[in-house]
Ligand binder design. Structure first.
Ligand SMILES: [Ca+2]
Length: 207
């Protein structure tokens, strides 16, 4: 019986070897030369610059600061209210990052008043929020008042709704005819992005 089993095993091995040989000899190599008659040449479109669909091209916002110097930087500032840690001095500390912003309570009107320290000739205000997209687009409605003594205010710019959009630097610039004043006050009556007014930097420009 052992001999029969061995013969069967040998026959099995030989059979498999035969099958492998048969299939190897039947496999045909692909042709190594390509006939020109079978080739169609298609010229690629000349492309000298990246092409994107216009809907996906985002214009890069270029910040242009008002002329002159920000005379509100580091000056004394007060607010009618503030929430949590977001107090008034954070609006004149030169940073728009992280928690460096003032936020009023929802007790409109919110006022934010900076004392320039001395009478100054001013011609523009820039209000900035953090430019990161997480600070989504919002509107804030505000007026600008000025005062020489910090008690008697007159309206410099009437109430208007402004758009803060991270696609455009999350900033608003308000220009006006040059005027001399020591105190500049924002009177905020609406913010679509929070319960009270928000300003990361309150800048006042003097030439
Ligand atoms: Ca700040």
């Amino acid at each position: 019986m052992k001999i029969v089993r061995r013969i069967l095993i040998i026959l099995f091995i030989l059979g498999n070897a035969g099958l492998i040989y048969y299939y190897q000899t039947q496999i045909k190599e692909p042709p190594q030369t390509i006939s020109e008659a079978n080739v169609t040449i298609v010229k690629a479109i000349e492309q000298t610059e990246a092409q994107e669909h216009p809907d996906f091209i985002k214009e890069e916002y270029q910040l242009v600061l008002p002329e002159g110097e920000n005379v509100a930087l580091g000056k004394k500032i007060t607010a009618s209210s503030y929430t949590q840690v977001y107090n008034a001095p954070k609006a004149v500390d030169g940073s728009v990052d992280g928690a460096s912003y003032w936020e009023g309570k929802s007790d409109y009107p919110n006022t934010l008043t900076v004392d320039l320290g001395a009478p100054s000739k001013i011609h523009a205000i820039r209000l900035a929020l953090n430019p990161l997209p997480i600070w989504g687009k919002r509107t804030q409605t505000l007026a600008v008042n000025i005062s020489k003594d910090g008690e008697n205010y007159t309206e410099l710019v009437g109430t208007k709704q402004y758009i803060f959009d991270p696609d455009y630097g999350n900033e608003v610039q308000i220009s006006f005819h040059e005027v001399e004043t020591q105190f500049v006050q924002l009177v905020i009556t609406e913010n679509s992005g929070a319960g009270g007014g928000q300003v990361a930097e309150f800048e006042v420009y003097s030439k």
